[in-house]
Ligand binder design. Structure first.
Ligand SMILES: [Zn+2]
Ligand SMILES: [Zn+2]
Length: 292
C-alpha cells in the first residue's frame, strides 16, 4: 500500500460533488472535480493538465489529509508549501585494480566520498539560510570484495527546494561538483537528472479564500498559517497550481486515541476519519465563496 490517505481524498471529493450537485442552482459558475491518480509516483497531475483538465479553470483548490497534524486543525499558508523534488543518479567511473596497489588504479569510492561531502556544501555554503533546500544521497553501490578497487560507483540522491530558482541552480551545481571532483581526481562522472516535481506555490488571494472557508468551518483559532504547514515533501498538485492560481492546504487527521498517529507511508498509517467532514466543509464553502 501507499498508505497516504488518498482513499480519504477520493471520498471527500465525492461528497463535495454530491453536495454541490444538489445545490447547483445556487452556483454562478461551474465546478470541476479533479480525481488525480498516481500521486505516489508523481505522475498524475502533469498528464491531466496536458490533456486539458485545467482548461477554462480560474482557480484551483486541493487538500491533503495529514496523519501527524492534529485532528480539528486546518493548515492554510500562502507561498511555497510543498518543496520541489528531483531524483539524480551519479555514475562515478574510475579504474579498477588491486586494493594493495591504489597508485595503479583510480578509486571511484574515494571520489564518491569527496562528491558526497562537497554536495552538502551546496546547501550549507551556497544556499540562503532563509531558503530551505535538501540534498540527500540515499544509495551508494560499488565494489564486490574488500581487496579490490572497483571500476565504478553509483550514487542516487534526491534534491528538494522551495523555489524554482534554487531548484534550477542546485541541479546545475550538483552536476558541476560531481564532474569537477571526478575530473580532478582522474576519473569521470556521468550525471543523470530526472525530471522531478515543481514546488507547490499558493496564490495569496486563493489562500485568503480558503483561509476564510476554513475559519468558518473549524474556527479561526484552529486555522494555522505557520511554517508547520510547509513540508520538504513534494506533491504534483504543483502542476495544477502552475496552470491556475490556487491553494493547496492540509487537514489534520492525527488522533492517538484512534491509533492514527503514524507517519505517511508507515505500515500502520491511519487517519481519523472525522477529518473528512471537515475537509468536505472547507472545500464546499471555498467553492461556493469563489463563485459568489
Ligand atoms: Zn499523499
Ligand atoms: Zn504519499
Amino acid at each position: 500500500m501507499h498508505a497516504c490517505g488518498h482513499d480519504g481524498h477520493t471520498s471527500i471529493l465525492l461528497s463535495v460533488a454530491d453536495i454541490l450537485s444538489k445545490r447547483q442552482s445556487e452556483l454562478a459558475g461551474s465546478v470541476k472535480f479533479i480525481f488525480q491518480p498516481a500521486e505516489e509516483v508523481i505522475g498524475g497531475a502533469e498528464p491531466m493538465v496536458k490533456e486539458g483538465a485545467m482548461q477554462g479553470v480560474d482557480g484551483v483548490i486541493g487538500l491533503h489529509l495529514i496523519s501527524n497534524y492534529p485532528i480539528g486543525r486546518v493548515g492554510v499558508r500562502a507561498g511555497t508549501v510543498f518543496a520541489s523534488a528531483d531524483k539524480f543518479v551519479l555514475n562515478v567511473k574510475g579504474k579498477g585494480g588491486h586494493a594493495a596497489m591504489p597508485h595503479g588504479a583510480v578509486d571511484p569510492i574515494v571520489i564518491s566520498a569527496y562528491i558526497i561531502t562537497a554536495l552538502q556544501t551546496l546547501i550549507s555554503r551556497e544556499t540562503s539560510p532563509f531558503s530551505p533546500a535538501v540534498i540527500t544521497i540515499g544509495t551508494i553501490r560499488a565494489g564486490t570484495a574488500f581487496n579490490i578497487i572497483p571500476e565504478s560507483a553509483e550514487l542516487q540522491g534526491t534534491m528538494r527546494a522551495f523555489s524554482q530558482e534554487d531548484r534550477a541552480r542546485l541541479l546545475r551545481r550538483i552536476s558541476e561538483i560531481a564532474h569537477g571532483i571526478a575530473d580532478a581526481m582522474g576519473g569521470s562522472c556521468d550525471v543523470q537528472g530526472f525530471d522531478g516535481c515543481l514546488p507547490c506555490v499558493n496564490d495569496a488571494s486563493m489562500t485568503e479564500l480558503v483561509h476564510e472557508a476554513a475559519a468558518a468551518s473549524v474556527g479561526e483559532g484552529n486555522v494555522d498559517s505557520s511554517e508547520e504547514v510547509m513540508t520538504t515533501g513534494s506533491d504534483d498538485m504543483a502542476y495544477f497550481l502552475k496552470a491556475a492560481p490556487g491553494c493547496y492546504f492540509i487537514v489534520g487527521a492525527r488522533n492517538e486515541e484512534k491509533g492514527a498517529s503514524y507517519p505517511h507511508h508507515h505500515p500502520r498509517f491511519n487517519v481519523d476519519e472525522d477529518a473528512m467532514p471537515i475537509a468536505v466543509e472547507v472545500l464546499t464553502r471555498a467553492a461556493m465563496d469563489f463563485l459568489k
